[in-house]
Write a new protein. Sequence first.
Length: 152
Amino acid sequence: MPKSSGKNAVPIEILLVEDSPGDARLTQEALKGSKIVNNLYVVEDGVEAMRFLRQKGEYADAPHPDIILLDLNLPRMDGREVLAEIKSDETLKLIPVVVLTTSVDEHDVLAAYGLNANCYIAKPVDLDRFITIVQSIQNFWFSIVKLPQHLR
């Protein structure tokens, strides 16, 4: 359910690509506590993410997300493949992609940045820290960063 904090507030459209129901739930809870109005959409694998982004099938009416939170370790099509497709697609490549994953492997970090991830964040194990990080992501990208107008 979208949050609302004003009659004219335009919600931030967030796509979370996450196969862990627990992490998806934590992200949703963290975003509920934010002062920024948002709509969170969750897909569980890379194939579904690309269908959402390309507005295929049941996602024909899906919004163009303002930001993508992407796990790397996904079924069917992993996050690296999703990132490569997004950043090679003229209509999608400007959407900020935040890799939010459990991996701290330097190879994964380098690979993600090599595929033009906008940032790479390792998920903390601590619940409070996880919530703080998710809220910080949202605050940074929508309170501090200047995004191209057509993304809004």
